[in-house]
Design a protein. Structure first.
Length: 129
């Protein structure tokens, strides 16, 4: 069932559940999402997708800041997870492939985007997922 969801709050809640894993890798989250970004989506599906995305970022980093941001563009939400990993494992491609069906259920896609520094995971989905 779809509900209006404050994206910053949901990302914060999900990040809190993963924070112990990040701390074990000497990393932390910064949630740069504007508080006014709202989505209409299934809360549990979106939370699961965000959890998978953040867990993937944590698995690829150590001793770093994982920065989460989002913006709206043409009725879509573009959510970005960026960290400064210098090297990431091939496992990341398997993780992204496993996330794709859930991303598609939310009307979106997930990708590894080339970045000048580090790892940049992008999740794009409909604002009314």
């Amino acid at each position: 069932m779809k509900h209006h969801i404050a994206l910053k709050q949901l990302v914060g809640d999900v990040a809190q559940t993963i924070l112990p894993n990040a701390v074990n890798r000497y990393s932390f989250f910064v949630n740069d999402i504007a508080p006014d970004i709202q989505v209409l989506a299934d809360h549990d599906l979106l939370a699961t997708m965000l959890s998978n995305l953040l867990q993937t970022a944590v698995a690829q980093t150590e001793n770093d800041c994982i920065r989460i941001s989002a913006h709206e563009h043409q009725e879509q939400i573009w959510l970005n997870v960026h960290e400064h990993a210098r090297c990431y494992s091939a496992d990341i491609f398997n993780r992204l492939e496993q996330m794709m069906p859930l991303a598609e259920t939310l009307g979106g896609t997930v990708a590894l985007v080339p970045a000048t520094q580090g790892l940049h995971l992008a999740f794009r989905f409909r604002k009314d997922a």
